[in-house]
Design a protein around this ligand. Structure first.
Ligand code: PLP
Length: 448
């Protein structure tokens, strides 16, 4: 409560702006996740590793727009290229050389990607990849992990973060609609399994063998903090997909290019059939992509008969727009080289070590995880292997920690306990040490 009061005192202009904006847009925000009580910190501008709010405070930023900016804000090379591109046109709605410029690095990074199509968001990438899996198999049901977020389209808002009391028995999750307006038929095609429990996937495949189009999974759950695959979970999914002839679809919207150059597929050594991408591939410009084996991607037909695609339809005015393609190409070819990965991984490990020392000194019941450029603190001693383990996380303590950090000028990660920090190519060891020092101060307060 004390940290919350301090937050209010530090952010009067944000409070006023929140009031004004609530009149214009529901909840005063443009994506419901961004709503925050008493009010979100409102941004004035961002540059490098900093975000400035409308009260004139500069924050060290490790949230980086839900991890989208592995390159940091306003990366000079990216900004320069974008400005040049604006001068050459931001939309052509026709093919250009920039497709090659953006597609090649994705095809090089993922063994599973022979061909790729560009979209404008992670939601679109998952949606189109799912449709492709259905088109390829001629089946409709999708096996998904309970508690995993895959975007804002109807089927993705089924049991992405269901209230535990509605989720059903531990061995048999019920599909829970998480928005009004989703038709009743939608959950029927979603079969829910448990992350890190290959047997739960196998049970569903056995029961619905001829109905399942795809297994959709994030290689590591980055909307449950940072939950990594254990005991060959992804390898087992690969085997099951082959055995039952279903498509293995990795949602790498968050893991892609952030755990390793070739995402979770490379990091954990398992290649899917299809990959959905967005976020960090574009360095902060709105873009997504989905790609996979040629055999599947070739189903996306260009041959129109009476306006109806003969294969799988994939349309979009802004798909592959030159600004987005330029951003992808510069980000992946010019900025995210092997030295960049060494840098962000070293810093992520330094931050995790710093946190672990503070946790031990303060005697907190908490654990820290890190993978690639990502990391998280979970306020619990219990292992978090799957969505159901989330009940152990002390979200009240997490919020006190988050607000405490913001009051000390550090945004450690997006405000929710389910989100993680990102170390960017622009962060320095000194900034990591400042982050740890702020945490030490907060930890003393919350341990007391
Ligand atoms: N998939 C995952 C794993 C995500 O984390 C997100 C967004 O956070 C999405 C899909 C949707 O991406 P977007 O917000 O770009 O539509």
């Amino acid at each position: 409560a004390e940290e919350r009061e301090r937050y209010r005192e530090r952010t009067p202009n944000s409070a006023e702006m929140a009031g004004d904006l609530r009149e214009l847009v529901p909840a005063g925000v443009c994506s419901t996740f961004r709503a925050f009580e008493p009010h979100p910190m409102h941004a004035e501008r961002a540059e490098g590793t900093s975000i400035h709010d409308v009260d004139g405070t500069e924050y060290l930023d490790f949230a980086l727009n839900n991890g989208t900016q592995l390159v940091g804000h306003t990366h000079p090379e990216l900004s320069e290229a974008a400005i040049e591109q604006i001068g050459e046109g931001t939309l052509y709605t026709r093919p250009s050389r920039l497709i090659e410029y953006a597609a090649e690095p994705l095809i090089e990074r993922w063994d599973a990607i022979d061909q790729v199509r560009f979209t404008n968001s992670g939601t679109e990438s998952v949606m189109h990849a799912t449709r492709l899996a259905r088109a390829y198999t001629g089946r409709e049901k999708i096996i998904r992990m309970e508690g995993a977020y895959h975007g804002a389209h109807d089927p993705a808002l089924v049991s992405s973060m269901p209230p535990l009391e509605k989720a059903g028995a531990a061995t048999d999750p019920n599909a829970v609609k998480e928005s009004q307006g989703i038709p009743d038929g939608v959950p029927e095609d979603i079969l829910l399994a448990h992350y890190n429990d290959a047997d739960s996937v196998e049970r569903l495949l056995r029961e619905h063998a001829t109905e399942v189009a795809a297994i959709l999974v994030e290689p590591a759950c980055l909307n449950l903090g940072l939950v990594e695959p254990e005991n060959g979970f992804l390898q087992r999914l690969r085997e099951l997909a082959d055995e039952y002839n279903v498509v293995l679809l990795f949602d790498e919207v968050k893991t892609g290019v952030k755990l390793a150059p070739g995402g979770g597929a490379e990091y954990y050594g398992v290649q899917p059939d299809l990959v959905a991408l967005a976020k960090a591939i574009g360095g902060g410009y709105p873009v997504g992509a989905f790609g996979g084996r040629r055999e599947l991607m070739e189903l996306i037909e260009a041959d129109l008969r009476e306006g109806v695609a003969t294969g799988m339809a994939h349309y979009g005015t802004y798909n592959g727009n030159p600004l987005a393609l330029r951003a992808v190409g510069v980000t992946l070819r010019e900025i995210l080289d092997s030295a960049a990965y060494d840098h962000v991984t070293r810093l992520a490990e330094r931050l995790a070590e710093g946190y672990r020392d503070v946790i031990e000194d303060a005697g907190l019941d908490a654990q820290v995880k890190t993978a690639g450029s990502q990391g998280i603190i979970h306020f619990t001693d219990e292992p978090i292997r799957t969505f159901r383990d989330w009940e152990h996380v002390d979200e009240t303590l997490h919020e006190a920690y988050w607000v405490g950090m913001v009051n000390r000028g550090v945004v450690p990660h997006p405000h929710d306990a389910s989100q993680q920090w990102t170390l960017s190519v622009q962060h320095t060891a000194e900034e990591v040490d400042d982050h740890v020092a702020a945490f030490a101060d907060v930890a003393d307060g919350i341990a007391a």
